[in-house]
Each structure stands twice: as structure tokens, then as C-alpha cells.
Ligand binder design. Structure first.
Ligand SMILES: *Cc1c(COP(=O)(O)O)cnc(C)c1O
Length: 420
């Protein structure tokens, strides 16, 4: 099935009411037919609903569709992108372990991995995503995951996915790719050998800034990957918190199963069924929207590139962009999403320009149908020290645009006026 068709039809089996829109199962709990059935559900002898913290039919439909769109075998929906990222890492790493993270990441992921997870005894070591050979020197027996973004937010760098995956495969280390900015419509990292994809569904998948959410998608074949691995022994040894269950002995995708049975059970950053339902509606138009976001962004990037007050424009769709070769490789259709960065003289000039635009809203979010503008150094990356900011490619005069679905001529006219 083509992705456009999957996004609209996959996984929805109508009940006798024959509703065209998938129903919202707004319920915390589910009745068991008998005491035996209740026991069987808990012991996994029978799969089925128990409690919405663990699973919900509306969220399950969202999970199945996103898994299919990414080419994975299973997915877990979470309450936010941040919880998806935390779960994907906490599912493999524990106190004493380390994770390798790209030097170009979303601000929330930087604070989560460098500061918050450190307090749980998990160390983050930073590698240069533009030069994956730097990974090799960082890998040791306690390395549990390599984490990067396919298109980084806000630096707009495209990862050398093949380079990262080759090194990870050589050392048998799990790769986790945050595919939020590209969305499953433009890129499927699992096809390039990545093991786990995570998304903040709050961005392009939602598309109108309506619902927070996240998702973790697992590739086929992880049972074999974990089976005899001493690095990932908690997947192939009995889990004391689940009466001795061994994940790789069960006929289910082990990574997702462990997120559900451990992390959703114990921490519970589960999506509200209503949010999952909103995201199911949004998925139907994702492919059309991503094409338009990309076309509009290319128009705006070309305009900015030609403007004398603009110092530097990052948009991988521009032929002159440092990321263009990677864009051609990983985004062969030429659609590279809706984020643009550009620099003006300094922070004050940036602030003035942001205040002068009328069509652009000053918003931290990305991926909305409405165009958004922000100054990363003083907002999304404010909690990070200035030298860490510069290392992460956040400059004082840099402005990030998330190009929406308005007419590009109107967006260009607005920026032209604001630039003066
Ligand atoms: C927004 C974002 C996140 C965090 O997602 P939330 O849904 O806001 O928790 C993670 N990664 C990237 C690339 C993002 O843009």
C-alpha cells in the first residue's frame, strides 16, 4: 500500500455502526468477561485491553498507522515527544550506562539527556553528527544507544544516516532517530537501517498545533538483535518486575513490548484518547501538507538568500546549502520540510525583525499550517549556556522560521517589509 493510502485507511476496521471517522474510545478501563480472562490478560496469555495507561483502542489505531507509515512493526504512542524520547532511551539504558547523542539536537532533548538523565546515572556523550567517525572513540561496553535527529531542529542539519548506522551495526549498538522535522511523509529512517524512530507528533503530524503527542516506532528484527546480546541483557534475561518474563522469548516486537509493560505501566505518559483521535485525522493530510510546506519554504529561502540584509540562509533545498548533497540523497523528491534559519546582524536586529512581521506568529512550535518565527538563542535554547549554544550552532543573530501553508508570495511580502 502506498503511504497516502495507509495514512487514510490503514488499521481501521469499522464496527456495526460503520462510522467513517474512527471512534474515540474515551475510557480509562475495560471490563473482563471473566476472572479467568482478567488473569490471562495480565499474564499475556491473551492480548487485550486492561487499562488506558497501558493501551487504548484509539491510540492503538494511531500507533498502527504510524508504524505502517514508517515501515516499522510496532509503535507506542506517548503523551509528548519528550516522553517518547525519554522512554526510548530509558528502555535500554540504566544507571552506569552511557548514550551517544548528536551535537545538534532539539533543546528539550539536550536538557533531558545532558542534565536530567545524568541524575539517574546515565551519561550522555556528544558526537559530531556531521562527522560520524567521531562515534567510534566514544563507544564502550556501557554504550546503549546512539541518538540523533534526521533533520535537526533548529540547526537544520541533515544527519549522515548511513554513516551513523554503519558504525552502530559494526558495534551492535541501537540507533534511535528523531524524525520529527522530516515526518514519515518525507523520510523513513528505518529503510536506512535505523532501529528505532521517535517523533514529536505535536509538530507536522498534528499540523495545526492541536495536540501534544509522541510516538516510538520499532523496526522489524529487533528480537534477533537483542536475543544473545550481553549489552542488552535486560531483553533476554527474566524481568523481575513482570514475573520473570523474557522479552525475546515472546512473539512480539520486544522494544515496544518493554516500553508498554515497564515504562507505560510504571510512569504512564500515555496520550489522551482524544489527542490520539485528533492525530489520526491529521495524518490523513500529512503527505499533501509536507509537499506544500517544502515548496513554500523553498520559495521563502530563495527570497531570503537574495536579500542584502540577510547574512546566511540555511535551507537544505537551496543548491548553495551545505546540506544540499545530503538532501538529494535522503530526500530525492526535493521536499525537505518547512524549517528555515537565517541570520541578521545581531540579536537586536533579529528582535526588531521578529516584532515587525505580521503574518508570522512568534511561537516556539514548528509544523503548524500557520507560519511561525522565533529567536532560538533567547527562547528555545535559553537554558543552555552561550558556549554550549554556539557549539550547537545557535548564533545570536539567528532566526528560525517554520513555514506554513499560506501563499508564499504573502509570506515573502511580509518578510520583505519587516527587513526594511
Ligand atoms: C518539539 C520537538 C520535540 C519535543 O516534543 P514535544 O511533543 O514538544 O514534547 C522533540 N524533538 C524535536 C525535533 C522537536 O521538534
Amino acid at each position: 500500500m502506498d503511504k497516502n493510502t495507509i495514512a487514510i485507511h490503514y488499521g481501521y476496521n469499522k464496527d456495526s455502526n460503520m462510522t467513517m471517522a474512527a471512534p474515540i474510545y474515551q475510557s480509562t478501563s475495560y471490563e473482563f468477561e471473566s476472572a479467568e480472562q482478567a488473569a490471562n490478560r495480565f499474564s499475556l496469555k491473551e492480548l487485550g485491553n486492561i487499562y488506558t495507561r497501558l493501551a487504548n483502542p484509539t491510540s492503538n489505531l494511531l500507533e498502527e498507522r504510524i508504524a505502517a507509515l514508517e515501515g516499522g512493526v510496532a509503535a507506542i504512542a506517548t503523551a509528548s515527544g519528550q516522553s517518547a524520547i525519554f522512554y526510548s532511551l530509558a528502555n535500554v539504558a540504566e544507571a552506569g550506562d552511557n548514550i551517544l547523542i548528536s551535537n545538534k539536537l532539539y533543546g528539550g532533548t539536550v536538557t533531558l539527556t545532558i542534565h536530567t538523565m545524568k541524575r539517574f546515572g546515565i551519561t550522555a556523550k556528544i558526537f559530531d553528527v556531521d562527522n560520524p567517525t567521531t562515534l567510534e572513540a566514544l563507544i564502550d561496553d556501557k554504550t546503549k544507544a546512539i541518538f540523533f535527529e534526521s533533520i535537526s531542529n533548529p540547526q537544520i542539519t541533515i544527519a549522515d544516516i548511513d554513516g551513523i548506522v554503519n558504525i552502530a551495526k559494526k558495534h551492535k549498538i541501537l540507533t534511535i532517530c528523531d524524525n520529527t522535522v522530516a515526518s514519515p511523509a518525507l523520510l523513513n529512517p528505518l529503510e536506512h537501517g535505523v532501529d528505532i524512530v521517535v517523533h514529536s507528533t505535536s509538530k507536522y503530524i498534528s499540523g495545526q498545533g492541536l495536540a501534544l503527542g509522541g510516538v516510538i516506532v520499532e523496526r522489524d528484527g529487533l528480537r534477533d538483535f537483542f536475543k544473545d546480546s550481553s549489552r542488552y541483557s535486560h531483553f533476554n534475561e527474566p524481568d523481575a518486575s513482570y514475573h520473570g518474563l523474557v522479552y525475546t522469548d515472546l512473539p512480539f516486537p520486544p522494544f515496544s513490548l518493554r516500553v508498554r509493560l515497564n515504562l507505560l505501566r510504571d510512569i504512564g505518559a500515555t496520550p489522551a484518547p482524544f489527542n490520539s483521535w485528533l492525530l489520526i485525522q491529521s495524518l490523513e493530510t500529512l503527505h499533501i501538507r509536507m509537499k506544500e510546506h517544502s515548496r513554500n519554504a523553498l520559495d521563502v529561502a530563495k527570497f531570503l538568500k537574495s536579500h542584502k540584509k540577510v547574512k546566511n540562509v540555511s535551507y537544505p533545498g537551496l543548491e548553495s546549502d551545505s546540506q544540499h548533497e545530503k538532501a538529494k540523497k535522503y530526500f530525492p523528491k526535493g521536499h525537505v520540510s518547512g524549517l528555515i534559519n537565517f541570520d541578521v546582524e545581531d540579536f537586536d536586529t533579529a528582535k526588531e525583525l521578529i516584532n515587525k512581521t505580521e503574518l508570522f506568529s512568534i511561537v516556539v512550535n514548528i509544523g503548524d499550517s500557520k507560519s511561525l518565527i522565533i529567536h532560538p538563542a533567547s527562547t528555545t535554547h535559553q537554558q543552555i549556556a552561550t558556549d554550549e549554544q554556539l557549539k550547537a550552532g545557535i548564533r545570536p543573530g539567528m532566526i528560525r522560521l517554520s513555514i506554513g501553508l499560506e501563499d508564499s508570495a504573502d509570506l515573502i511580502a511580509d518578510l520583505k517589509k519587516a527587513l526594511g
